[in-house]
Design a protein around this ligand. Structure first.
Ligand code: G3P
Ligand code: CA
Length: 384
């Protein structure tokens, strides 16, 4: 017992000595800093923001209407989504490159092997059930209303942020028919259960393919969400989330350097976050981290999005205090992913400016913005 105690004390001493050494080394490093133009864009972004990762992965099937309406009504500042392109060039909200994990694609299209979003038109994607997998994976949080939830478009998510929902008749989405043809779009209606929050969207592009960044820019313009091209005025309510009507209504993010370059080309002056992933950062971590920051500065990102450690994801640690010191020294701010517990929120609270979280309910309470209703009640009130 005594020897275990001695070993533990030695380990703690070694770890804190290592941390002190790393922090003092950072003090000696000279970093490039954010440009004046980037500082202006960074000023658009609020502090201590709660970014609803895929809406939520905990309370509802990720990136579905239930997840995003929940995130809006709970009071998250941003709806986080990943975008992919359909065969008919429509942007949809899906995290994975393939559809098997979060839909019943293998039942509906059994002959297509390794089905990706780009193998299908929007109309085909809307025939999938993107909710039932969640009920099987999480029986304790399952709801019959999650069955047959639809894959969403970027437009759907923006409409939710503006207080709408997909129009339904007898429980089924109403198709938007144009010239007698249905290409997979639905009609919208003002959500009677909307509680007035107007969050922004935090959009992630994966590897650049199919000119997705250009398409994103065109779509944001069409929908009045591109601040470079006469953005629409969105009505907001005092003391509710009002980000949808600000210059930071959209924040862009990517792990891919190529995509960051394209995002800056097609969507300048819009806040951007360069995401970092430990397996991509080989060799000397300090040197690599510095290079990633330099890359971000060169392409006008204002935010670094590193991973955090801890359950349940157990990602590699990229938000140690010395790493945060390096990022802040260059003038960038930090939005790490992904916060699932109060312990994580507590551990990193002094060194981050915002959090990607599957538990916007916990994060809002942590930041003294306790939601008016419980997470379950919000889902029920929304009709789920
Ligand atoms: O966008 C932040 C975080 O979402 C990155 O991880 O894999 O969940 O998209 P991922
Ligand atoms: Ca993401």
């Amino acid at each position: 017992m005594v020897s275990v105690l001695v070993v533990s004390i030695l380990l703690i001493n070694c770890t804190s000595a290592k941390k002190e050494k790393e922090e003092s080394q950072v003090k000696e490093i000279t970093m490039k800093t954010l440009s004046k133009e980037s500082i202006k864009v960074q000023d658009y972004i609020q502090k201590d923001i709660v970014i609803a990762h895929r809406g939520t992965t905990y309370w509802a099937p990720e990136e579905t209407e239930a997840a995003f309406l929940w995130a809006r009504n709970i009071g998250a500042d941003y709806l986080e989504l990943d975008i992919q392109m359909t065969k008919d060039n429509i942007l949809v909200a899906l995290h994975d490159d393939t559809l098997e994990r979060t839909t019943n694609v293998s039942d509906i299209f059994p002959t297509i092997k390794n089905p990706t979003t780009n193998d299908f038109t929007l109309k085909e994607l809307r025939s999938l059930d993107a909710g039932s997998w969640f009920n099987k994976a999480n029986p304790e949080r399952a709801r019959s209303s999650f069955v047959n939830l639809k894959v969403l478009t970027l437009q759907d998510v923006i409409m939710f942020a503006e207080g709408y929902r997909i129009k339904k008749e007898y429980g089924a989405p109403v198709k938007e028919i144009v010239n007698g043809i249905w290409i997979g779009k639905y009609e919208y209606e003002i959500d009677p259960n909307d509680n007035g929050n107007r969050p922004g969207i935090y959009v992630e592009t994966k590897h650049p393919k199919l000119n997705i960044e250009k398409r994103l820019s065109e779509q944001l313009t069409t929908l009045g969400w591109n601040i470079n091209t006469s953005p629409k005025e969105i009505e907001t309510i005092e003391n509710k989330v009002e980000i949808a009507n600000s210059n930071a209504r959209v924040i862009l993010q990517s792990f891919s350097p190529e995509s960051i370059v394209n995002l800056e080309k097609y969507l300048p002056n819009i806040p951007k976050c360069f995401l970092l992933w430990k397996p991509d950062m080989m060799g000397d971590l300090k040197g690599t981290y510095q290079k990633e920051i330099d890359f971000g500065l060169k392409y006008n990102v204002q935010i670094i999005g590193p991973s955090i450690s801890g359950e349940p994801n157990n990602y590699g640690e990229l938000t140690d205090p010395w790493m945060a010191a390096l990022v802040h020294k260059s003038g960038l701010i930090i939005h790490p992913y992904t916060f699932d517990t109060l312990e994580q929120l507590t551990n990193y609270k002094d060194i981050v400016e915002g959090v990607f979280t599957n538990r916007a309910d916990l994060a809002l309470e942590f930041y003294n913005r306790k939601p008016e209703k419980s997470p379950k009640k919000i889902l029920t009130q929304l009709g789920y």
